[in-house]
Design a binder for this molecule. Structure first.
Ligand code: C5P
Length: 312
């Protein structure tokens, strides 16, 4: 080796070492910034690749949520709400005198891995034996009046969150979160009155006047979130999204890993339930874009964003 070539070799070696070291530091820093402690976190690549997830939309109403006039207008159309924005705002104000003003649903953190089971009411759960798999998840979200008793081996026994609206409400135990999907101002009034004086208004179906549940665990979904699911996720298909589809997108926002059970129509295209025989054979999927919702759920499963358990 001549002196100049030795110098060049040394220089090259130093460059490689410096490069590797900075790369390693970067890599270690990236590891440190993992959004959660699961093997694979939801907020990663796949979900963003769908160009639909928007973390700036708050999933739950808080005392300080600003629902835009535009979002209110969308929401008002859902169930022919006649009353105005100011009436809505004063109702929301009353709401948070009674319920926790800020919802604590545990932001994702690098040292926890929150796994969620979202359990729809499809008849495909019958005979599935998914019970223990469902109970194994940290969060188990069930819908409306879906029963557990007599269906334990297929649907499990644990419920941490129950999604409902006044016409589909049921009493809960003290440790279950009541997740209200409000479709009209009356639904906000209902939740206030059902916990206090009793609700005596009317609707398209009978409504429970009082409810037993833990008032500190009430979570009210933000109307702007419902609009986001309709406009961004479903590209405005159907009149509005089904409760189950909105619950699934909610899970994508608050969980690190999502397993989905009990979604999917029967062979005739009806949303039949695991707990009853279908009464209206031409129900199909009502005002909701059922086929489109299922296609998207399927897409999420195929790109491994969620685990979809299709039942039998
Ligand atoms: O029928 P219900 O609204 O109580 O069911 C809860 C949710 O489960 C629905 O909003 C829908 O998203 C989902 N579902 C389904 N397939 C069925 C029944 C219900 O995907 N056969």
């Amino acid at each position: 080796f001549t002196f100049p070539s030795l110098l060049v070799l040394l220089l090259a070696l130093t460059t490689v070492i410096v490069f590797l070291k900075s790369d390693l530091t970067n890599w270690l820093r990236l590891q440190d910034q993992n959004p959660c402690a699961c093997e694979k976190c939801l907020s990663e690549d796949n979900l963003l690749a769908l160009h639909r997830l928007n973390h700036s939309v708050e999933p739950f109403l808080t005392a300080n949520t600003n629902v835009s006039a535009d979002a209110f207008r969308w929401w008002k159309r859902l169930q022919h709400e006649q009353r105005d924005f100011n009436y809505y705002k004063s109702t929301v104000h009353k709401l948070f005198k009674l319920f926790p003003p800020v919802v604590d649903y545990g932001e994702p953190s690098s040292d926890s891995c929150r796994t969620c089971a979202v359990v729809g009411n499809s008849a495909n759960l019958k005979g599935s034996h998914y019970g223990s798999l469902i109970d194994y998840q940290d969060v188990v979200m069930r819908m409306n009046t879906a029963p557990i008793k007599n269906y334990e081996s297929d649907v499990g026994t644990k419920t941490t969150h129950r999604v409902m609206y006044p016409e589909s409400a049921m009493d809960l135990d003290n440790s279950t979160h009541l997740v209200l999907f409000p479709f009209k101002i009356n639904d906000l009034k209902w939740v206030i009155q059902a916990f206090t004086t009793g609700f005596y208004g009317r609707s398209y179906a009978p409504i429970k006047s009082k409810i037993k549940a833990n008032k500190n665990l009430v979570m009210v979904v933000n109307p702007a979130f419902m609009r986001y699911v309709h406009e961004i996720w479903l590209k405005k298909k159907g009149d509005y999204p089904s409760t189950g589809f909105m619950a699934l997108i909610l899970a994508l926002h608050i969980c690190d890993e999502v397993s989905v059970f009990g979604y999917g129509a029967d062979n005739d295209g009806n949303w039949s339930h695991y707990f009853e025989t279908l009464k209206r054979k031409n129900f199909k999927t009502g005002p909701h874009p059922g086929k489109h919702e299922y296609a998207l759920i399927h897409e999420l499963a195929q790109n491994k964003t969620i685990r979809l358990y299709k039942g039998w």
